[in-house]
Design a protein around this ligand. Structure first.
Ligand code: PEP
Ligand code: MG
Length: 892
């Protein structure tokens, strides 16, 4: 018989932390906390397997489920001595969703389930608080009515009307009798809307709630969230049924959430928020601004409300112990939820805490220093792509800024953009390429698309754990929450603080690391790459086997590549050097020349310019290898396109407009991607490659003498399909090299190799390697030629192909292992069979993609080369590839 239900509570559990796939994150955490002896209200988890079954069988349950749920419920009843629906001592439960990964606030929850006219009397007697009992009853009807019965929220209207009728303004001034009247009103509303009465039978309530939670897995908001976060629909959610504990029974009750370390900075400090006399969801909903756990936290946030350390010191002491127990056990920062009922602490959740990239680095490095985890583990824990957050420009601290207001630094990073007040507006402006900051009083799951479209999010209410804060951190958007003195007026489309009124469309800058909201756009500077970042990178560098190089040809990019730790240049695209204003003229004279003599005259003008370009790269790279690729694009790319440009070029070259137009027509290609380009140009116009080779060798000689150690050029021929093409061009390069080097009396250890970017070249790699001294996989062209698809054309439908399951991922981003990757593997094997030490690298875009880097490691490439900004990502991904490879080999 399949086990569909797992119990927990009272110091034991049937589940464990490792069973997340089956029990969901929440269920696994509750089980593990029970096993650790922490105070967890008893309950049970209905597995994600039931969700899968539910959707596979027309929304019906497995046959054994009813009995297993009944047993689970009976176990809770036995432990607490309470009974479902009992008039004396009623058992109340919460019913909550819990998927493998958290989906903040997107699925349904029902609290206080089990209340009916009988049970409420029991609750009133037991708690000694009638008002609380009837308030709980109306909360239950309201929540169940909305979530399970799908009734629109007219409940609040009824409540407001009752307050008007009785002249009461605050909920807290309503009496037990008032709440009883409101409960009756709520039930009438349900009966009217539904055509039958509100379910009084607790079993019926329970199964209604279970069905609603499973149903919410497919609600549109959850579906959108999963799409944005690549979460498969077949994971399903679990359902947790757990005895209620109450944080809203009076001033000695509370509810809260905490991180065992600061989730923004990673500092080793207990970081949490709580609300006195409140129930679970109130903190996350951002309706009241929560108070801090510690006095230090309170002081740092400049909030006046007392810290838990001041009002409930014993509870806080106990929480500190829980924090130690959980961190010791999980060896990682945890995100916890708790409730205090009449001074007693109850734990409701623990999970690995979401954190910023900066915090992830600090926590990983600190845990190594504290002796809790090994360096390898620290390296494994950082998501390579997340480093991107740290590599981009940050606000210039010396800039003059005008601070409009301050709030809580809820998600780090800085962003500037136009103020918008709705998610839809954010989305429509972002589509037009505008940068926007979404300003809301608070956010809800309906705002997700706008938060995604915005560069940053600002809310006037809510705390560090509000919906806006949690979602923004997940999306890596800067966010400031709870800017108390800022008023947002949706109708007037303005926001006001300190008597300054800002309208929709005006520019602000937010700094999610400091909480400052500034008027106008603030200038940015390059980030500092020291501290924990440098430490973790050093560890990664010590682990990895593959080298990491960068694709760069300008001084700016080459210098940046070095700063980010590139160990050479894997691709310098020389054609980029011809497009600049001072060179394009000479290049055009080459193209317009009648004969070889004319071409050589134009090339002679280009030679010194190219030589200086290469010399600059060699200087910056100080002896690291530099792969320079000879001219690749078809010549028409260098010609003008419009009549006006034809005229301008005619003036500059002394040719007629007609002659230029004629040449442009002659060079026009139907499919330039597959045309007269790459080494084919070198074969047709050898003088072009001769000039480039001379420029490379002359620059190498000059810089070798200048820096006193040899530079290492690797000269690369693009787009070969046959060995013969390569051999002809290699002979030219070697001849030019001999002449320059012998003339100068300097020795430069250079290599001549080829791109492998056509399927034929990959398949004939065995013979190509007889003469080629290195291969660099050009997986951009290889993907284009394998799929018969140009990258630009692909953009319009690759997304649809992924949704249809035709492609698992975009092959232009992640190597298609079974196609393009297979050719890379074949070429590597055949090449090395001929020439065992053959140097192998990759310079297509895939060289910066962590999954592709793992593949490159497995195939045995010597290096990957990627854009400068991705170099640190590649360094970390290469280390992780080595670690997982070692695990597979059993060498670690
Ligand atoms: C490639 O084809 O992968 C490559 C690096 O060359 P380019 O992108 O310049 O065609
Ligand atoms: Mg290419």
């Amino acid at each position: 018989m399949t086990k569909w239900v797992y119990r927990f509570g009272d110091g034991t559990a049937e589940g464990r932390a490792e069973m997340k796939d089956l029990l969901g994150g929440k269920g696994a955490g509750l089980a593990e906390m029970s096993n650790l002896g922490l105070p967890v209200p008893p309950g049970f988890t209905i597995t994600t397997g039931v969700c899968t079954h539910f959707y596979a069988h027309g929304k019906s349950y497995p046959a054994e489920l009813r009995e297993q749920v009944a047993e689970g419920l009976a176990a809770i009843e036995r432990l607490l001595g309470a009974r479902f629906g009992d008039a004396d001592n009623p058992l109340l439960v919460s019913v909550r969703s819990g998927a493998r990964v958290s989906m903040p606030g997107l699925m349904d929850t029902v609290l206080n389930l089990g209340l009916n006219d009988q049970a409420v009397a029991g609750l009133a007697r037991r708690s000694g608080d009638e008002r609380f009992a009837y308030d709980s009853h109306r909360r239950f009807i309201q929540m169940y009515g909305q979530v399970v019965l799908g009734i629109e929220n007219h409940f609040e209207e009824l409540l407001e009307n009752h307050k008007l009728d009785t002249g009461v303004t605050l909920d807290t001034d309503l009496s037990a009798e008032d709440w009883r009247t409101i409960v009756a009103g709520f039930k009438d509303l349900v009966a009217q809307e539904l055509g039958h009465p509100f379910p009084e039978e607790p079993q019926e309530q329970l199964w209604g709630a279970i069905g609603a939670v499973f149903g919410s897995w497919m609600n549109p908001r959850a579906v959108t969230y999963r799409r944005l976060h690549d979460i498969p629909a077949d994971w399903g959610t679990a359902v947790n049924v757990q005895a209620m504990v109450f944080g809203n029974m009076g001033p000695d009750c509370a509810t809260g959430v905490a991180f065992t370390r600061n989730p923004s900075t990673g500092a080793n400090e207990f970081y949490g928020e709580y609300l006195v006399n409140a129930q679970g969801e109130d903190v996350v909903a951002g309706i009241r601004t929560p108070q801090h756990l510690t006095i230090a936290g309170k002081q740092a946030s400049r909030l006046a409300l007392p810290a838990m350390e001041e009002v409930m010191p014993e509870v806080l002491a106990e929480l500190y112990q829980v924090r130690r127990t959980l961190e010791d056990h999980y060896r990682d920062m945890q995100d916890i939820e708790f409730t205090v009922q009449r001074g007693k602490l109850w734990m409701l959740q623990t999970r690995s805490g979401k954190r910023t990239a900066q915090a992830a680095l600090k926590i990983a490095v600190s845990l190594v220093e504290e002796g809790v985890i090994h360096r390898d583990e620290a390296v494994r824990r950082i998501e390579p792509a997340s480093l991107d957050q740290l590599l981009h420009p940050m606000l210039d601290p010396t800039a003059n800024t005008t601070v409009l207001t301050r709030g809580l630094p809820a998600s780090p990073g800085a962003a500037s953009g136009q103020v918008v007040f709705s998610a839809d507006e954010a989305e429509s402006l972002a589509v037009r390429g505008e940068a926007v900051i979404l300003v809301r009083i608070e956010t809800s799951p309906e705002d997700i698309h706008g938060m995604h479209a915005a560069k940053g999010v600002l809310t006037t209410r809510g705390g560090m754990t509000s919906h806006a804060a949690v979602v923004a951190r997940g999306m890596v958007r800067p966010c400031i929450a709870g800017t108390g003195d800022l008023r947002a007026d949706y109708a007037a489309r303005t926001m006001t603080a300190r008597n300054i009124v800002m309208k929709a469309g005006e520019i602000i800058t937010i700094d999610g690391s400091t909480g400052e909201v500034m008027i106008g756009a603030v200038p940015t500077i390059q980030p500092e790459l020291s501290g924990d970042f440098a430490t973790l990178m050093d560890w990664a560098d010590a682990i990895r086997g593959m080298k990491v190089r960068a694709n760069a040809e300008t001084v700016v990019d080459t210098s940046m590549a070095r700063r980010f730790g590139a160990e050479g240049i894997g691709l310098s695209r020389t054609e980029h050097m011809f497009f600049e204003a001072d060179r394009i003229g000479a290049m055009r004279r080459v193209i317009m020349a009648e004969d070889e003599t004319g071409r050589r005259a134009g090339l002679a003008e280009l030679l010194p310019i190219q030589r200086e370009d290469f010399a600059e790269i060699f200087r910056i790279m100080k002896g690291f290898p530099v792969t320079i690729r000879l001219l690749d694009p078809p010549l028409h790319e260098f010609l003008p396109k419009t009549e006006a440009e034809f005229g301008e070029m005619a003036r500059l070259t002394g040719k007629s407009v007609g002659a230029i137009r004629q040449r442009a027509v002659a060079l026009h290609e139907t499919n330039p991607m597959l045309g007269h380009r790459g080494c084919r140009l070198g074969i047709t116009y050898p003088e072009i490659y001769e000039m480039q080779a001379a420029a490379i060798f002359e620059a190498a000689v000059a810089v070798t003498q200048e820096i006193g150690k040899p530079v290492a050029p690797e000269i690369m021929v693009p787009l070969i399909a046959t060995k013969k093409e390569f051999d002809i061009l290699k002979a030219i390069i070697d001849r030019v090299g001999r002449k320059v080097l012998e003339g100068a009396g300097v020795s430069v250890p250079y290599l001549v190799g080829t791109m492998i970017e056509l399927p034929r070249a990959a398949l004939r790699a065995g013979e190509v390697a007889e003469t080629a001294e290195f291969f660099s996989f050009g997986t951009n062209d290889l993907t284009q030629t394998v799929f018969g698809l140009s990258r630009d054309d692909a953009a319009s439908f690759i997304g649809a192909y992924q949704r249809l399951g035709i492609l698992e991922h975009d092959p232009f981003v992640t190597l298609d292992v079974a196609g393009v990757g297979e050719l890379v593997r074949i070429a590597a094997e055949r090449g090395r069979a001929t020439r065992p030490g053959l140097k192998l690298g990759i310079c297509g875009e895939h060289g910066g993609d962590p999954a592709s880097i793992r593949f490159c490691h497995a195939v045995g490439l010597d290096y990957v080369s990627c854009s400068p900004y991705r170099v640190p990502i590649a360094r970390l991904a290469a280390a992780q590839a080595k670690l997982s490879g070692d695990l597979r080999d059993g060498t670690a």
